[in-house]
Design a protein around this ligand. Structure first.
Ligand code: DGT
Ligand code: CA
Ligand code: CA
Ligand code: ZN
Length: 573
């Protein structure tokens, strides 16, 4: 993983902002601000410097303490301090900071005086005229905030991949309907299957751009045209999402697709590689002098550089170019490798569909097995099952399995991990299950050490199979609870436990980085939908995205195995 300087600076800036909202010591705040500036303006990649073990403390504005933080950001992609702050400060406060006129001081006032912690609450307070009387505010600022709250730009924060998918489908269908259009694709972070997407990048191949541009800006869902050039246009949709379209001639479509898919870090590394071979690469093709060696097909771009074509999900400059050169790219797990789903709820707890409906739904997807994992008793909001109700469900599963419909229902439960690390189900019942999904649903705010120990202690239980939604985060809503994955993963490995990529589009809480770490440690992953209705089985695609970004191959994924093999893999030593 390789954070750009700007991304490191952004993390440091957020820490400074959160500290200020928190009312921290001004010197400490200033230290983070200065470091962010220094990092942003530093001419060399700090990630490279960390890798080369060059001291960061030489950088003006970066002392020993901050050098450590930068190193942490480079090595882990995150800052524990930022996450600690977000354990007691709502993440929505960071969104407030994006409004003109709102800095950390005023956000602190809003939060302390009116408990405003996100855009919706601010809007409500503005509408109720309660903001203008706060110290440091006033009617003029309140009016300015109202205007800003209605700006489309504000709503265009990062969107879940799943939400963007719908738009991609609509827009590509529309563009493909234009007779002169030879090819259409999404590019950018969407094509790389990132969890969230900033703006959507689309690419089309056509001999003349004008008719394509015209159809695009007149698409029914367009609310505003930001810019419209001859071959490129940017619009904002009614949802607030920004979409970029570029139209290129067919002969440079492959090069443009490669270029605009990114990531930028991948492109920079690729360009360096081309330069070493005395070739030039840009969005029009690969050139030796004036001679174009490739351009029409993306795979050709890589081929003339001596590389296999890495799947877009891998293009983050995390070793994929090396693997492409050595022809050792992973054979990424795909939907047709998936033989079942290991996390699903029924209407016995908080699901919408019955046991038989869920079984039928899984069979319709061609699955061999489905684990029924309703909640345990402690999760009262979900109407968790007590021992008697679970026993009843297990009997029902036995009866359905005896009928032999071709789908095997696995007896399981999403067992709550209690605060002391014990499991919310007596041993006699645990013993009746084929596997367990064990999850944290309470006490999210334990310290990192306590949360980590809690989970490891739960894994000590010989009936623990899979850690469900391992960090509890909800993208754009709730930060992850503080847990040390660097301990959980080896801990799981040592005990013969597994982790889940929860495919809910806002969860995906085992990140690409940790998927890869799990693979490297030999910890297999369950890609599971946590379906609460038959239609949720389709969420498997989102979990697969994450797993593929984490370099997972079929053998790394529990639910690619036939049940007779999976059963052996799940058996604890
Ligand atoms: P996003 O929109 O924040 O989710 O992330 P991306 O990756 O879609 O970024 P975006 O939309 O700014 O640009 C799309 C792609 O275009 C990016 O992944 C790589 C390429 N690209 C954009 N700007 C540059 C640049 O300055 N240098 C290079 N080498 N590539 C760039
Ligand atoms: Ca983009
Ligand atoms: Ca873009
Ligand atoms: Zn759960």
């Amino acid at each position: 993983m390789s954070l750009q300087n700007q991304e490191i600076a952004e993390l440091l800036t957020q820490v400074a902002q959160l500290l200020e909202i928190d009312g921290a010591n001004p010197f400490r705040i200033r230290a983070y601000r200065n470091a962010a500036l220094a990092v942003e303006n530093h001419p060399r990649s700090l990630a490279d410097m960390v890798r080369a073990q060059e001291p960061l403390s030489q950088i003006p504005g970066v002392g020993n303490d901050l050098a450590e933080k930068i190193q942490e950001a480079v090595l882990t992609g995150r800052l524990a301090l930022r996450e600690e702050l977000l354990q007691h400060l709502p993440a929505g406060l960071l969104q407030l900071l994006r409004l003109p006129g709102l800095g950390p001081k005023r956000v602190r006032t809003l939060y302390l005086e009116l408990k405003i912690s996100d855009l919706a609450k601010l809007r409500a307070a503005v509408m109720a005229n309660r903001v203008q009387t706060l110290p440091g505010f006033g009617p003029k600022l309140q009016a300015q905030l109202l205007k800003a709250l209605n700006e489309p730009a504000l709503q265009s924060s990062r969107r879940l991949w799943a939400a963007v998918k719908t738009v991609v489908d609509e827009l590509t269908t529309m563009l493909q309907g234009i007779s002169s259009v030879a090819a259409v694709s999404a590019a950018g972070s969407f094509r790389r299957a990132c969890e969230t997407v900033g703006d959507l990048d689309l690419l089309a191949a056509a001999p003349k751009a004008a008719p394509v541009m015209d159809a695009f800006v007149h698409f029914e869902d367009v609310r505003e045209i930001i810019s419209q050039g001859e071959t490129r246009a940017t619009v904002v949709l009614r949802s607030g999402m920004q979409v970029d379209l570029r139209v290129v001639p067919r002969e440079s479509y492959g090069a443009a697709l490669q270029y605009f898919t990114g990531s930028q870090a991948h492109n920079v590394a690729l360009r360096k590689l081309a330069q070493q071979k005395n070739l030039k690469i840009n969005e029009y093709g690969v050139f030796r002098g004036a001679k174009r060696l490739a351009g029409a097909e993306e795979a050709e771009i890589y081929r003339v550089l001596g590389l296999a074509c890495p799947s877009p999900e891998l293009r983050e400059n995390r070793g994929e170019l090396e693997a492409a050169r050595l022809k050792t790219l992973p054979r990424l797990v795909a939907l047709n490798d998936i033989r079942g789903d290991l996390h699903a709820h029924t209407n016995a707890t908080d699901g919408a569909d019955s046991l038989t409906a869920m079984a039928d739904g899984a069979r319709a997807r061609g699955y061999e097995y489905l684990a029924i994992t309703d909640h345990s008793q402690r999760v009262t909001v979900a109407h968790g099952l007590n021992t008697a109700r679970l026993a009843h469900q297990l009997d029902a599963i036995d009866r359905l399995n005896e009928k032999g419909s071709g789908l095997l229902l696995l007896k399981s439960m999403e067992v709550d991990i209690l605060e002391d690390g014990s499991l919310d189900l007596p041993e006699a019942m645990l013993a009746r299950l084929d596997l367990t999904v064990c999850s944290v649903h309470s006490k999210f705010n334990l310290s990192r050490t306590a949360q980590t120990e809690r989970i490891l202690r739960a894994m000590d239980n010989p009936y623990f199979s899979i850690l469900g939604h391992p960090t509890g985060r909800l993208l754009n809503e709730r930060p992850p609870y503080d847990v040390d994955m660097e301990k959980i993963l080896p801990g799981a490995r040592a005990r013969g436990c597994f982790l889940e990529v929860n495919s809910h589009p806002a969860r995906l809480d085992l990140t690409d980085i940790y998927c890869r770490e799990a693979k490297n440690l030999g910890v297999k992953i369950s890609i599971a939908t946590d379906a609460h209705a038959v239609r949720d089985f389709a969420q498997m695609a989102y979990g697969l995205n994450q797993a593929r970004r984490g370099w997972l191959e079929p053998e790394d994924v529990l639910n690619t195995y036939a049940w007779k093999d999976l059963k052996k893999i799940l058996r604890r030593k």
